[in-house]
Design a protein around this ligand. Sequence first.
Ligand code: ASN
Ligand code: ZN
Length: 322
Amino acid sequence: RTQAVDNTLRAMRLARSGLARMGAQFQPGPIMVAGQKLRTIFDMKNSQEFPGLMARSEGQANSSDVCINEAYEGLGATYDMYQEVFSRNSIDGQGMPLHAHVHYGHDYDNAFWDGERMVLGDGDGDIFNRFTIAVDVIGHELAHGVTEHEGPLTYFVQAGALNESLSDVFGSLVKQHLLKQKADEADWLIGQGLFTKNVEGQALRSMKAPGTAYDDNVLGKDPQPARMRDYVHTWDDNGGVHINSGIPNRAFYLVATQLGGYAWERAGHIWYETLRDPRLKPNATFLSFARLTVLSAARLFGSGSDEEKVVRDAWSQVDIRV
Ligand code: ASN
Ligand code: ZN
């Protein structure tokens, strides 16, 4: 038996006998098996038939293909954020292996989560660069997996926009955590770097100023509202899930910047607790979600706390009165 196993058995015996609580000389070894990152990147080679070719798995050296390495690093940054900030072991909390499939299709202008895997297009090179460029987009797609396990939130109108917003929130947190940025240092953009130089715009969305991410001849203007009075009623996009997500996105931005420090520390925990709250229903509305964030803030930081007040104020700044 290895030393580690001996230490573990000894720690377990000590814990059972109550000796561990006495402090003691003994430094326990790893009792629980800590979370294990298990990444695999597949090269679709422009096909849309899964799984494609296994191109890099956990622990293997860099590939000569930048997309494969960016996907690998992006999965790693996402895994690490959930593990370090929320003590969550992967998407399902049970160490689920993370799979990314790159070079999906020809000139494919999107990235998505299909329920089990993340898929990334190369972009057409005219409007979009390769999607692996944006670590927040990788974080966004994987957050759809987390929401599926914890929510879920039906992908339609307000619940769908909350689902989208949570992906932007945790995607942005992945990027901020990777770059060790404080809330006031972050750009609060989603997909910065995705647009080619041909596009008049900085990113897909802005959490700080929804509606201002781009204004382009071909793409038109960023359609996101920044508050409830500008809510967009539409049948497109599953009832505007990528449009009205601007409203809860901005609420999160306001909470994070008003609290200051690292966004994941307080704002992130309040949102994460809300996502895990059994009272969050698949058909949640902005208002029902907002109420739960206030309850989460009170539970985590005390009722009457600054955090609770900041959360309430943020929602009211986007016209949602909790
Ligand atoms: N990138 C988009 C998203 O994750 C893909 C989609 O619209 N299904 O929301
Ligand atoms: Zn999404």
